[in-house]
Structures are given as C-alpha cells and as structure tokens.
Design a binder for this molecule. Structure first.
Ligand code: MLT
Length: 404
C-alpha cells in the first residue's frame, strides 16, 4: 500500500484551519479578551426569511409519504435549474440549457474537484495572491510539481499587486488551465468586461480552459464589471463558471452552489460537460431537497429583496472598514464590488507579524496576505461579513491603536 505522496509536499493544515488554531490558542490563554473575527469570509446574518420558509415547507414534505423525496436528481432539481437559468443568465442576455448547470454542495468543492477531468501534465496558471483551494488541490493531484522558494515549480503565478491594479498580465507563454476569480478573493478587486474579454480571447487562441470563480458576483456595484464570464464573446467555448449561494445568500453552513459547463466547451471533440456529468454522477449524490428549496427561494421576488438587503448590510460594513482604515492612513483596496478589504501592512510589516500584532494588541482577526501566495506578502485581508456592531468596534480599535 502506498499513500498519495503529494500530500506530504503540502503544509499539513489549510490556511483558515491554521488561523482558527492560532485564534483558539490565544483565546484559551486570554479568556477575558473579546476577539473580533474578520478573518475567514464566513457570513453572520441569518438566512433570508423566504429561504427559511421554503426549508420549513420542504421539511414538512419530507415528513409525508406522498411528498417524501429520496435521492435528489443528480444534477439538480428542475425548479432550481429553471430559476438559475432565468435569473442568473437569461436576465443578463445569456442563453444556457438546463443540462449545462450542475447543482452542488458549493463552489469550493467544485473548484477542487474539477481537476479530476484534466490531465496531470497540464500547465496551470493562477493569480497571486489566490484562493488557496485552486493551488492546494492541484498539489494533491500531483499537477503542481515541487515546492520552491517562489511557489510550486509547475504552477505559473500571475502576480496581482498594486503596481498592476491587481489584474494579472496575460501569460507570455502557453498555459492550459487558468483559474480566475472576479470579484477577486482575496484582493476584492475586479476585472472590467474589456479586461476579461482579453482572457477569453487568449484562452480561445491557445486552446486553454478558464475556470472562472464567480462566488462574489452579488457584490458587484459597477456597470462595466461582468457578473458572469458568459457575458463575453467566445466564453462558452473556453470557460467553466463556478457559482455559490454562500456569499450571495448566506449559505456557508447550508451548502449549495452550481457549476456551468457549456456544451460548446470541447477539447479534441470531447465535451467537458459529459465528463463532468460522469464525474458528478459517480462521486456526488446531489444536494438535499430541503437545501435546493431554500436556494430556489432566493429567486422569488421576496427572496431577491431580502437577499439584496443582506448584501447591502455587508456592503456597508465593507465601506466602514475601507473608510476607517483610509482615515488611519492605511493604503486600502477592494470593498467597492466585494466583501473583502485588502490593505497594505504598515511599514512593510510581514503579513503574519501584522496578524499577530492585531490579535495580541487589539484582538482583531484578519487573514495574512502571504497565506494567499507569495505576492500577498505585505498585505492583509479583512472581511465585511461580521456584524455591523463588531465591524464598527474593530475599526474603532484599529483607529485607537494606530493613533488616528
Ligand atoms: C475565504 O475566507 O476566503 C472564504 O471563506 C473561503 C471560502 O469561501 O471557502
């Protein structure tokens, strides 16, 4: 018996697990201190009433032999697929078919699992900094090569820093798989329609696939920022899109998302759609009926309004953090189309040192930029997903400590 030795190459613990451990240890040693958690992007507002109502109704249906449901349909309930097509796509002028949507337990799993359908010798490109799931899952599969001082030897890192307004440059050489996330986690920055079009054109020219993570699209406020990669010409021929109800509708604990694999996406005559369908049917057993009823309720008129109000609540928090930090003299990014605020650490402090400083001196938890990749060093992320009260308190503590 041999283990998958790729796991030995990777750090034993996931970024957010590391942070949780550090915070737990601090809290155990300092039980009297009140810690404010603005680290992991986990929501704090309760689910929209429309979702709760739909779940209650679904629970009652499960209690009755006439309406009870066993295994859910492999790729999603029709009522949810219809609502997704109508609201997330048709309303934006995008025509997709039901068979191009795969409902799942969230974008994180799908972003990780999608690697199953690609050969191990593909060259992968990621933004740097980046959501760790894209890199870590490629390491686990054996596609990342070896760890070096500058990251993984087979991964192409595309630096996103203040110098390039946090937009990756199109690679000079060929890459096969490109992970893009806009609005971006962790920087909170976006790509305009014209900028994203360049990526679609590159992928079509090079015969590459774009894996587009659109988990934060509900936070977009600017007109020229696309909500879906399929708003761009030629994207159906080169892109897979991941969507999530986690940040849109507070489903981090409920778990639901979906992935779009268009039928036009073909490599050497093989549809990736058929491969993903086969993969999902084999390794995944669908999302519970109760959860899918809740997800569909997000698209009802009441649900839409309630969700908009919750997003507005977090957007206000993002502005509170952004304005508060700016008033303190910090260099700050993000927030406008995103629940994340990305800041430059003061005096070029290392991002983990800044993490320790905030935790020890003012008991505010954030995420060190270095945890997202080499170019994240010297940056720090705060999330707007806390309560308004805690967000204001955290900003007040930062203002007090940094003396402005
Ligand atoms: C984050 O904090 O980056 C997110 O919560 C990660 C996730 O969505 O899995």
């Amino acid at each position: 018996m041999k283990i998958n030795e790729n796991f030995l190459k990777i750090e034993s613990s996931y970024l957010f697990s590391n942070i949780a451990k550090k915070v737990k240890a601090y809290s155990a040693a300092n039980p009297e201190k009140e810690i404010i958690r603005l680290g992991i992007g986990d929501v704090t507002r309760p689910l929209a009433p429309a979702c709760i109502e739909a779940m209650h109704k679904a629970v009652d249906e499960m209690a009755n032999a006439e309406t009870f449901q066993g295994y859910p349909p492999e790729y999603g309930q029709d009522f949810l697929l219809d609502a997704i097509l109508e609201n997330d796509y048709k309303a934006r002028g995008i025509d997709l078919e039901k068979t191009e949507i795969f409902v799942s337990d969230g974008a994180k799993s799908d972003c990780g699992n999608i690697g199953d359908i690609f050969s191990l010798d593909n060259r992968v490109a990621v933004c740097d900094p980046v959501y760790p799931v894209y890199v870590d899952t490629n390491v686990m599969m054996g596609r990342a090569g070896d760890k070096t001082e500058n990251g993984w030897s087979n991964i192409v890192y595309m630096p996103c820093t203040a110098e390039n307004h946090f937009l990756p440059a199109i690679p000079e050489n060929h890459v096969d798989i490109i992970y893009l996330c806009f609005p971006n986690n962790p920087t909170g920055m976006t790509a305009t329609r014209a900028e994203l079009q360049k990526w679609v054109d590159y992928a079509n020219r090079e015969g590459a696939v774009i894996l587009f993570d659109s988990a934060y699209e509900a936070f977009i406020t600017e007109e020229n920022v696309p909500h879906s990669i399929y708003e761009l010409d030629g994207a159906k021929q080169c892109a897979i899109e991941f969507r999530s109800f986690s940040k849109t509708a507070g489903f981090t604990g409920v778990r639901c998302g979906y992935t779009v694999v268009p039928h036009d996406l073909k490599f050497n005559g093989t549809e990736l759609n058929a491969m993903w369908a086969r993969r999902q049917a084999t390794k995944f057993n669908g999302v519970s009926y109760i959860t899918q009823c809740a997800a569909a309720a997000c698209y009802t008129p009441e649900g839409k309004q309630q969700i908009r109000d919750i997003i507005a609540y977090y957007q206000k928090n993002a502005k509170t953090i952004y304005d508060g930090l700016k008033a303190c003299g910090f260099t700050v990014y993000g927030a406008k189309n995103s629940p994340y605020v990305w800041l430059k650490t003061p005096d070029n402090m290392k991002s983990w040192d800044f993490f320790d400083l905030l935790l020890e001196k003012i008991q505010v938890v954030g995420t060190p930029g270095e945890g997202f990749g080499p170019s994240g060093e010297g940056y720090f992320r705060l999330t707007a997903f806390g309560s308004a009260e805690n967000t204001e308190k955290a900003v007040a503590r930062i203002k007090d400590y940094f003396g402005k």
